[in-house]
Design a protein around this ligand. Structure first.
Ligand code: GDP
Ligand code: MN
Length: 413
């Protein structure tokens, strides 16, 4: 969602789908990106078998157990632990599975851990210090190019690195038509201070990482840390992947990766009825038709001293049924102090929308406890205002946006 994905002001807008680390690693591995190998489970009595089969495949004796939730910073919250034996692994696993994990990125009460990833330990303790790097691949909307962001300051909070030591973060911009060029790969490996086999392995790692990002239609791929092992392998130890919802038609198999228990239930419900709803933090609920008008309306609400509580695009058909569903979704949010309906009637005539609003309001009876402000512009706007004003309901009609702004100020005063 918009507010949670703010990566150095590169805001991702529009519908997205978050993946768990284990799902992202499976996708990466399918594109040949080297990863720390592991297996996921949701049953504590499977942990031993999982560990033994990993042990068999990788020769691992130490394991790492990692909580699978849609939030980062798990290490800090006790959601990532290194175990030096299968017994210790079983103990850590039972601590983590089912816990409410609190990290700087979860809600206050934390998030329930429903699955754990058991992975091989790839840090080979006792040998020379392993190096951790930061990598992300995303779209830079300002330049219409893809961008690889990377740093030697891996394994820590990148926002903090960006704030305190911005010169330790490097950027490589990629023309989507040309793709990632060989000289760019060498620049990256060089800036990370690599030589010899590690340098070569990094070229291959980054080229596969970029390929995975493009082919999976991801909106964001963030690997923190990428590890250089003491024997010079380059591996993805963590993986955060965000897919573009609109591209899922091209990847039917990715739809099954959606974890509804991690998604906002109101957003899920909206999607089911074909409404585009995004939950935000403010106090003014908005019902708008068209994404452009939605963005403009959000700006105008802010200028009037309010904060948008959501982004809801009812699309082309603002009939009573849809308006009612939309009201129900918006009013589910207890932060909402007023609802603003700002609809431009072009093909949908304003009088029909007005009748829809009045019918929906009547159907909902006393469920509506906050003022509704309606501004309808376009075809038959005058008739629409008459319909609203004569309905005898607590709906305020406005023609100009200045009237809306005034009303918002009154409500919030
Ligand atoms: P995050 O805290 O949610 O970002 O989870 P990460 O997957 O990045 O793990 C947190 C930290 O645990 C990493 O930065 C590593 O330092 C450490 N870690 C992860 N895997 C291993 C491992 O196999 N062995 C050791 N010793 N540490 C690990
Ligand atoms: Mn991480």
């Amino acid at each position: 969602m918009i507010k949670r994905l703010n990566r150095l002001d590169l805001v991702i807008l529009g519908p997205i789908m978050n993946l768990h680390e284990y799902q992202a690693k499976t996708i990466l591995s399918n594109f040949d990106v080297p990863i720390q190998r592991g297996m996921v489970t949701d049953k504590i009595n499977e942990v031993e078998d999982v560990a033994k089969s990993l042990n068999h495949e990788t020769g691992t004796e130490w394991f790492v157990v990692k909580a699978q939730i849609h939030a980062g910073g798990r290490g800090k919250g006790g959601g990532v632990k290194v175990a030096k034996s299968i017994d210790e692994l079983k103990n850590f696993s039972s601590d983590i599975l089912g816990m409410m994990l609190k990290t700087p990125q979860t809600p206050k009460e934390g998030k329930l851990v429903q699955k754990i990833l058991i992975a091989e330990d790839v840090y080979y303790p006792g040998e020379s210090d392993p190096e951790e790097y930061y990598f992300s691949v995303l779209l830079n909307r300002n330049t219409s190019k893809y961008m690889i962001m990377y740093s030697r300051q891996g394994g820590m909070d990148i926002e903090k690195v960006a704030e305190e030591t911005p010169d330790l973060i490097f950027y490589e911009e990629i023309d989507p038509l040309l793709g990632l060029m060989p000289n760019q790969l060498r620049t990256i490996a060089f800036n990370l201070g690599l030589t010899g086999q590690a340098f070569k392995n990094m070229l291959s790692f980054v080229s596969k990482l970029y390929n995975a990002f493009i082919k999976s239609d991801a909106s964001l791929l963030e690997i923190n840390p990428v590890l250089k092992t003491s024997d010079n392998k380059i591996l993805a130890v963590d993986a955060k992947m965000v897919l573009d919802d609109n591209s899922l038609v091209r990847h039917k198999n990715y739809e099954a990766l959606r974890d509804l228990s991690e998604e906002n239930p109101v957003e899920t419900e909206a999607k089911e009825v074909g409404l585009n709803y995004v939950d935000l933090d403010g106090n003014i609920g908005c019902m708008v038709n068209g994404a452009g008008l939605a963005m403009a309306t959000m700006d105008l609400i802010k200028q009037s001293g309010g904060e948008p509580a959501n982004f809801l695009d009812v699309g082309g058909t603002a009939d009573a049924k849809r308006v009612e569903v939309a009201f129900n979704l918006i009013l589910r949010d207890p932060k909402v102090k007023a609802v603003l309906v700002n609809i431009f009637g072009g093909i949908v005539r304003c009088d029909r929308v007005a009748n829809g609003i009045v019918d929906a309001y009547k159907n909902m009876g006393d469920k509506i406890k906050v003022p509704i402000i309606v501004r309808l512009q376009g075809t038959n706007a005058e008739q629409a205002k008459v319909i609203i004003d004569n309905a005898g309901l607590k709906i305020y009609s406005a023609v100009e946006f200045s009237e809306v702004a005034q009303k918002i100020k009154e409500v919030l005063a």
